[in-house]
Design a binder for this molecule. Structure first.
Ligand SMILES: [Zn+2]
Ligand SMILES: [Zn+2]
Length: 295
């Protein structure tokens, strides 16, 4: 598992690599533009080249780009749908240019309308953005299930994948906080195993693409998306350790989007804590007999 953090690219894309290195990250996630504005940041070829070089000189093996929050690929409003298509296509092209592991996308919202047509609309926009970019994968993130947000269940995520033509570049980004908030018990290995069995039976194990590890301020099934620092929320140390040590997550990038001790986002200690919890989780999974044999 490539553990890392969401970091800012303020001051230039390659600054995100430096921030990742400071924190001991093996994966980073960035916004490719201001997350609350439509206007894309204009990056030059030189910006991309500097980023690629900085990353090649670092321990960072995977870069995720989080698409901006304003996007709603499922919007009924043609203007919002067009802007969403343009912004998503732009993110994927930045991903192409910097060799990103994936663009992570909240699949959209039906708002107060019907869910099935919203899924169809989202699928069409996603398919078009993929057609207008080269090779960067696109990971649909499961949501906490607030309001009309799409992607609260694996059934919905699978339907969106299908509505986008089951494109080979589509995968999932599973967020631990969103899973719990949308009603999935994932805090013990057997419970998480059952949840993932359901997930891969619907979308295929090959589509498990990336992870967000966040503890949750809100309880199981609350449908509220409020991140907590690791071990300080409803997942707790055990829930975080379970997520971090899940065998099917081996090798995937796993980024923290936690508030941080000083509301500055995850710092080096948060990454170290995640590494420690991963070890705790792995030890807890070893059968008793193996532990006894080791003495
Ligand atoms: Zn997200
Ligand atoms: Zn969240």
């Amino acid at each position: 598992m490539l553990i890392g953090a969401h970091v800012s690219p303020a001051g230039g894309l390659e600054q995100a690599v430096l921030r990742g290195r400071e924190r001991g990250c093996r994966a980073i996630q960035i916004f490719n533009q201001s997350p609350r504005r439509w206007r894309p940041t204009a990056h030059s070829e030189e910006d991309f080249a500097r980023f690629v070089q900085a990353r090649a000189d670092s321990e960072i093996e995977a870069v995720l780009i989080h698409a901006v929050y304003l996007l709603n690929c499922a919007s009924e409003d043609p203007e919002i749908a067009d802007k969403s298509l343009a912004a998503l296509t732009h993110s994927l092209r930045v991903g192409d240019a910097i060799g990103a592991h994936a663009v992570v996308l909240h699949p959209g919202s039906a708002k107060t309308g019907a869910v099935q047509p919203a899924i169809t609309r989202a699928g069409a926009v996603i398919a078009e953005a993929l057609a207008e970019s080269e090779h960067c994968p696109l990971h649909l993130e499961n949501t906490a299930g607030a309001g009309g947000t799409l992607g609260r269940s694996f059934e919905e995520l699978a339907q969106i994948v299908d509505a986008a033509g089951a494109h080979a570049r589509l995968g999932l980004c599973l967020d631990s906080c969103h899973l719990l908030a949308s009603g999935f018990e994932v805090r013990r290995p057997d419970a998480l195993r059952n949840v993932l069995d359901r997930c891969v039976s619907l979308v295929g194990v090959g589509r498990l693409g990336s992870l967000h590890l966040n503890d949750s301020q809100s309880p199981l099934g609350s449908n509220r998306d409020r991140h907590a620092n690791l071990g300080q929320g409803e997942l707790g140390r055990e829930g975080c350790a379970t997520f971090l040590s899940e065998p099917r997550f081996d090798g995937l990038p796993c980024v923290l989007e936690t508030p941080g001790e000083n509301r500055q986002g995850p710092d080096r200690r948060a990454i170290e804590l995640a590494e420690t919890l991963r070890e705790e989780g792995r030890r807890a999974r070893q059968p008793l007999s193996a532990a006894r044999r080791r003495g």
